[in-house]
Design a protein around this ligand. Structure first.
Ligand SMILES: O=C(CO)[C@H](O)[C@H](O)COP(=O)(O)O
Length: 252
């Protein structure tokens, strides 16, 4: 297992250990490459899971839940979630984050908003002071296909992202299509703009045709970052930061 994978796994294990309580029944599962470790740790709770239902944020996390043999549910059955675990593309000092690198941020935000507790898990590269530091491809924006060209024009001309672009698929001709059959625009903004993510999020959200913006502001209770040295840094709502040496067996 590579150092990065080890860091992701450390973060996920520590986050589950601290935040998944025996009384929790409805669990939101986000998307990305860190979330499988969340599911791995939850799965290890065994019998405790038989009274739980897991709400996935998309195709990938649904497959994770199904292949672990855990109970699958949907947010329309369970609009109140006890705790949601999810990855992030970057998390700032105030626990605001960029999400949507995997084009899942609409459903992820629904699961985050439905949750009493929203927890982020990531490797050390995602732990930044200001958003956009390492994740420079821009803010992911899910848009209705009919409106994409107009939204691009609004972003480039009015909102201040001259290089905003439609995300293109890699092993398919044409654009990335989300689990909701929408397109994704990536919109980079200046560093100063990204220092106030709530303001730019609200501006983008007002554009007609935008379905959801991959900026999650004031939502997370805590973010767990696995570090290269085997420790986990925890940033908590309110500004607390601590580093712990987890007692979980560190995978090699
Ligand atoms: O927002 C997401 C998908 O839309 C992911 O949570 C985000 O991209 C982080 O993924 P990873 O854990 O692979 O770094």
């Amino acid at each position: 297992m590579s150092g990065i994978e080890r860091s992701k796994r450390l973060a996920a294990f520590a986050a589950v250990d601290e935040n998944l309580l025996a009384k929790h029944r409805v669990i939101g599962i986000g998307s990305g490459s860190t979330v499988p470790y969340v599911v791995e740790r939850i799965f290890s709770r065994g019998e405790e899971n038989k009274d739980r239902v897991f709400i996935p944020s998309g195709f990938q996390s649904k497959e994770l839940v199904v292949s672990a043999g855990m109970n699958l549910g949907d947010v329309d059955q369970y609009p109140i979630i006890d705790v949601t675990f999810d990855g992030a593309d970057e998390v700032d000092a105030n626990l605001n984050c960029i999400k949507g690198g995997g084009a899942c941020h609409l459903r992820e935000k629904v699961l985050a908003e439905a949750a009493k507790i929203f927890i982020l898990v990531a490797d050390y590269r995602k732990n930044v002071e200001f958003l956009g530091t390492n994740f420079s491809q821009g803010v992911p924006i899910e848009v209705v296909p009919f409106a994409y060209a107009k939204v691009l024009q609004n972003l480039r001309g009015v909102v201040g992202s001259p290089t905003a672009s439609l995300r293109m698929a890699v092993k398919k001709a044409g654009p990335v299509v989300s689990d909701n059959a929408n397109f994704i625009i990536d919109a980079p903004f200046d560093r100063e703009v990204m220092k106030d993510p709530y303001t730019i999020m609200a501006k983008i959200k007002m554009i007609t045709g935008v379905v959801e913006v991959g900026l999650f502001c004031h939502m997370a209770k805590a973010a767990y970052f696995g570090n290269e040295d085997g420790t986990v840094t925890i940033k908590r709502r309110g500004g607390g930061v601590e580093t712990l040496q987890p007692e979980v067996a560190t995978p090699q």
